[in-house]
Write a protein that binds this ligand. Structure first.
Ligand code: PMP
Length: 435
């Protein structure tokens, strides 16, 4: 049964004001709720697996700040670590011991990188990794995949997913053609396209970049064979393979999707999960490749807030929790149970949907056909997501406001909460398919 709409009066008022200040009323496009129903919700508070909006509505949160909150909101040890760090000042633009501590913790448990650099966002991490690959190889071109989003650096905003596909665009205005010309785009799961690019641009491709598990245009899980193929063709051509693990790094485990595929990329980029909600990104590689970075080498990359002590403190606390024995097993088991029963429900009811799940990341496709690349998704199916999203909000369940984005489960989602959410999801699907 269609559920009555929650009150959005206060959010609507705040949105009206925000529209005077910010383009589209937001500081990042997907937040504008353009492809779902109603005005954006303004969030007042998060605690554990719950969110509260300005109108006092409570939601079980499956967006988790787009992934980083793997422990849930306001986790006590992360909060305490941040509060303790803040007592000593918030930024120095000089080295601190906290950077060493976080680096040691990461490098002890992630053997894919020998040296790292902290930055302040995923975009910065990827932008820097691309510059590093170009500087290291002396080549200009990069190859990316259709639907993979790697942040908003110029050369990567070509056929990208996330907010671009949500808003019905796949590339951005304002990118000089000369930049875009250096970006080759191939469909995922397509060997010939990649082989052809290597043939046409022989000796010119600095790097192939792929999301560890593409998760910004649906969840496009690639076969191991395909990833092995990318590893082989890049090695054979003196091209670096970059794994963008901004979503998958530290979520599928400390070594992310690279460990899942049992492969060794040349450069890896990581993001927000390291900061437990604070602005952090990171890229890393072998010591030999990283020695190209300034001040050791000629590739310049810098940041006043890089390695910010408050963000480092949050990261230390969050990543320490993830190292507790069985942390990932338990989170993944919980996710498998939750998504498995949703899939069973959909199948029993004959609703043509399929859940894609990896670790604690999930995505609902409004199609039973196998989806492995951006072009497999029917944009018309997003109308169904629009109805689902509205029904879920009205039942106290918050998904990111786009059918192309994935959902996340955190350690704070208890079995009882997941039971409640499941019922809301079942009821919402009944509404979606009753119309
Ligand atoms: N790479 C990937 C795979 C991402 O999913 C994102 C954003 N979710 C980014 C890069 C950019 O990160 P940020 O928004 O922190 O700049």
């Amino acid at each position: 049964m269609i559920k009555e709409d929650i009150s959005r009066e206060k959010s609507a008022e705040l949105y009206e004001k925000a529209r005077q200040y910010f383009p589209g009323g937001v500081n990042s496009p997907v937040r504008a709720f353009k492809s779902v129903f109603g005005t954006p919700l303004f969030i007042r508070k998060g605690d554990g697996c719950y969110l509260w909006d300005a109108d006092g509505n409570q939601f079980i949160d499956f967006c988790c700040s787009w992934g980083p909150l793997i422990l849930g909101h306001n986790h006590p040890s992360v909060r305490e670590s941040v509060v303790q760090a803040i007592q000593n000042g918030m930024s120095f633009g000089a080295p601190t011991m906290l950077e060493n501590q976080l680096a040691e913790l990461i490098l002890t448990h992630n053997k894919l990188v020998e040296k790292i650099r902290f930055v302040s966002s995923g975009t910065e991490a990827v932008m820097s990794a691309i510059r590093l690959a170009r500087g290291y190889t002396g080549r200009d071109k990069i190859l990316k995949f259709e639907g993979c989003y790697h942040g908003h650096a110029d050369s990567l905003l070509v056929k990208a997913g996330s907010g671009l596909v949500t808003l019905g665009e796949t590339s951005s205005a304002g990118i000089p053609a000369a930049f875009a010309n250096e970006t080759i785009v191939a469909p995922l799961n397509d060997r010939e396209a990649v082989q052809e690019a290597f043939h046409t641009f022989s000796g010119q491709i600095a790097a192939v970049i792929i999301e560890g598990i593409p998760a910004n245009n649906g969840l496009l899980i690639q076969d191991k064979d395909y990833i092995d193929f990318l590893r082989e063709i890049t090695s054979a051509n003196g091209t670096l393979l970059i794994f963008d693990e901004v979503i998958t790094g530290f979520r599928l485990g400390f070594e992310g999707a690279a460990a899942y595929y049992d492969i060794r990329p040349d450069i890896l980029t990581y993001g927000k999960i390291i900061g437990g909600g604070m602005p952090v990104g990171m890229y890393g590689a072998s010591a030999a490749i990283m020695s190209s970075i300034s001040p050791e080498g000629p590739v310049y990359q810098a940041g006043t807030l890089s390695g910010n002590p408050v963000a480092m403190a949050a990261g230390l606390a969050q990543l320490s929790e993830l190292l507790q024995p069985g942390f990932y097993d338990e989170l993944n088991r919980k996710t498998a149970g939750f998504t498995g029963s949703i899939q069973s429900f959909l199948t029993e009811r004959g609703y043509p949907c399929k859940l894609y799940v990896i670790g604690s990341i999930f995505w609902i496709a409004f199609s039973e056909l196998e989806i492995k690349k951006a072009g497999d998704i029917d944009p018309a199916s997003m109308e169904r997501f629009r109805v689902l999203h509205r029904e879920l909000l009205n039942r106290g369940v918050y998904f990111g406001p786009s059918g192309y984005e994935v959902g996340f489960i955190s350690a704070a989602h208890t079995p009882a909460v997941l039971e409640t959410a499941k019922q809301a999801i079942f009821d919402s699907f009944d509404v979606v398919f009753s119309s």
